[in-house]
Design a binder for this molecule. Structure first.
Ligand code: PAF
Length: 280
């Protein structure tokens, strides 16, 4: 596995490359969910293609007062995980390598990013789009893989690629879950033992909503109210938002029709977790 840490070296690598390359952008603290993204990348790259992983804890997407400082950075373990997963190229730049001190250009998505995560975390998606656009320019992949766990992010990256004409295919990969339903996330490690148990309420509420839609319920007001009741029963849970939206436009729906998706963000103690499910 080749490891690159500077922009000059990654540019030189991308210019000299022949064959297909698939990028998996990450912030590290790699878990089974990331391994699944790498597996999907390999499938698209082929045995001779390149699977590239970037690890960069992007300061631009952390709002002031959030967990940027405490975000886990297990460098050696991540490197090992990449080797074991068969990654060909690991790009792990330092923050001062990625951003000039007087940087003044950003990438701003102006519609899909206004609700849910965007409303709760102002500037978050500006940070995500800016860094993803930079990674696309640096690594020039044929395709890039993103998890459906960050569903709004996936929709926004697709929109950015469409609107800015990046010649890059975006591949969405289903969320990987623990046996009890909890979606894998680097932030799960912040949970205490009791909070870890309480955290299963996110996936339970989502699965329950899906079951109700299957049984004929279409009122999104009713579905959201039932999920609210389920979640607030857990002592450590505090809802940030529960939304039912169209899976592509992210517009709120009154009726759970085809392509309806429920997305939620819930604090379990001090840890903010997100999850989502297709309702149809
Ligand atoms: O999903 C993430 O880990 C990050 O938002 C991403 C896409 C790597 C950009 O920093």
């Amino acid at each position: 596995m080749k490891i690159l840490e500077t922009i000059a070296n990654v540019h030189a690598h991308s210019r000299g490359r022949s064959g297909r390359s698939i990028l998996v952008p990450t912030m590290g603290a790699l878990h089974r969910g990331h391994v699944e993204l790498v597996r999907a990348a390999r499938e698209h790259a082929g045995a001779d293609g390149e699977v590239a992983v970037s690890i960069f804890v992007n300061p631009l997407q952390f709002e002031p007062g959030s967990d940027l400082e405490k975000y886990p950075r297990p460098e050696t373990r991540d490197e090992e995980a990449c080797r074991n997963a068969g990654v060909n190229l690991l790009f792990r730049p330092a923050a001062n390598e990625m951003y000039a001190v007087d940087r003044s250009v950003v990438v701003d998505e102006t519609t899909l990013s206004q609700t849910m995560e965007g409303a709760s975390r102002p500037g978050h998606f500006r940070g995500v789009c800016t860094v993803v656009a930079k990674l696309f320019n640096l690594l020039a992949p044929d395709a890039a893989v993103f998890g459906e766990k960050d569903y709004q992010q996936l929709a926004i990256v697709r929109r950015m690629v469409r609107d800015l004409d990046f010649p890059i295919e975006i591949i969405g990969v289903p969320t990987v879950r623990e046996a009890d339903g909890l979606a894998l996330s680097s932030r799960n490690q912040y949970l205490s033992a009791t909070e870890r148990t309480d955290a299963t309420v996110l996936s339970r509420a989502l699965r329950d909503a899906k079951e109700r839609v299957k049984a004929g319920e279409t009122s999104t007001t009713k579905l959201i109210s039932l999920a609210t009741k389920t979640i607030t029963r857990e002592q450590s849970a505090r809802i940030d938002y529960i939304s039912i939206v169209d899976g592509e436009t992210l517009e709120p729906l009154e009726v759970a029709r085809s392509n309806a998706r429920m997305l939620l963000a819930v604090f379990i103690g001090d840890t903010r977790l997100i999850d989502n499910i297709s309702l149809t």
